[in-house]
Write a protein that binds this ligand. Structure first.
Ligand code: SAM
Length: 307
């Protein structure tokens, strides 16, 4: 019998492969291709357009880090907007904070939610039974554009990479609309790619330049995600004034009484202690725009032109 392997390329000559016990389901939606697999080491996992979204074994890392960091910086967060996050893991984690009153979740592809409710109850569980969650099917870009000013304490952009439907969620226009939809203590957390392999690092720098042009505080924080490219993954932290380290209130965070497997105050502080090469990447201009002047090609910093 032949072995069936799922492989995801992280660079043209480097990939992650997982031995598949069984392919559970496959569907092409109007937005993307969804596949569900089962494996020994990572349990069930699902992919969108061939890229791993979550696995049963390591999703807790991503979801604890997207939710606990902002909740420690502002434990008074009550109104949350999730963009994307169709597997439900981010909504599940946010709902562990009993003080959160409202969670609007805007997912472009209803099939992701419905299939995760069937194949991934571990993450989709809160979507079925927590009355604080308002599930909205539509484009997050448009939703934020129409959102009332200052409506949210926290926006979590739990999106796919900047390709296909997720592309608009990495634009300056989207970040400006998020800024407007947040109140004065508002925080934006976004899926911020990886600093390691070249193409991911390029997207990381682009997203950072744009966020830094809109928010007075914009940085990234890191975590270890075994099934994402290089394992070294980032979230962006942007706010109108709250500092992710100086304003972290671990005393109040500990009063939430959560039993976490990854996040704790030490991890929070360490996550913002960025390796030198990442700091350098973030300082670097994003050179990609090439224009021709007479017979000379000039490479210009992309951040001056990106929208
Ligand atoms: N944790 C995952 C990761 O980083 O790989 C992301 C999880 S979640 C499945 C990503 C979701 O974002 C997908 O379900 C996708 O349909 C949704 N999405 C992509 N673009 C969107 C948009 N413009 N508006 C709303 N949701 C979007």
């Amino acid at each position: 019998m032949l072995d069936l392997w799922f492989s995801e390329f992280h660079a043209p000559d480097a990939k992650l492969s997982i031995l598949v016990k069984e392919q559970l389901y496959s569907e092409q939606t109007p937005f993307q291709k969804i596949d569900f697999f089962d494996s020994e080491t990572f349990g069930k996992f699902f992919t969108l357009d061939g890229l791993i979204m979550i696995t049963e074994k390591d999703e807790f890392i991503y979801h604890e880090m997207i939710s606990n960091v902002p909740m420690a910086v502002n434990p008074d967060i009550k109104k949350v907007l999730i963009i994307g996050g169709g597997d439900g893991g981010t909504a599940r984690e946010v709902c562990r904070f009993k003080t959160v009153e409202q969670v609007d979740m805007v997912e472009i592809d209803e099939r992701v939610v419905r299939l995760c409710q069937k194949y991934f109850p571990q993450t989709a569980c809160a979507l079925d039974n927590d009355p604080r969650i308002n599930l909205i099917f539509g484009d997050g870009l448009k939703f934020v554009q129409d959102a009332p000013e200052g409506a949210y304490d926290l926006i979590l952009v739990d999106s796919t990479d900047p390709l296909g439907p997720g592309e608009g969620l990495f634009t300056t226009e989207f970040y400006r609309n998020c800024y407007r939809a947040l109140n004065d203590k508002g925080i934006l957390i976004n899926q911020h790619e990886s600093p390691y392999y070249k193409e991911y690092a390029y997207e990381m720098r682009r997203a950072h330049k744009k966020l830094a042009s809109v928010f007075s505080i914009a940085t990234v924080y890191q975590f270890y995600m075994p099934t994402y490219s290089s394992g070294h993954w980032l979230f962006g932290f942007a706010s109108k004034g709250l500092d992710p380290v100086k304003d972290a209130d671990f005393k109040r965070w500990s009063e939430f009484g959560l039993q976490n497997r990854y996040y704790n105050p030490g991890v929070h502080l360490g996550a913002f202690a960025l390796p030198n090469y990442v700091q350098e990447e973030l300082r670097n201009k994003v050179f990609r725009f090439v224009c021709k002047s007479g017979n000379t090609f000039i490479v210009l910093p992309l951040c001056d032109f990106i929208t």
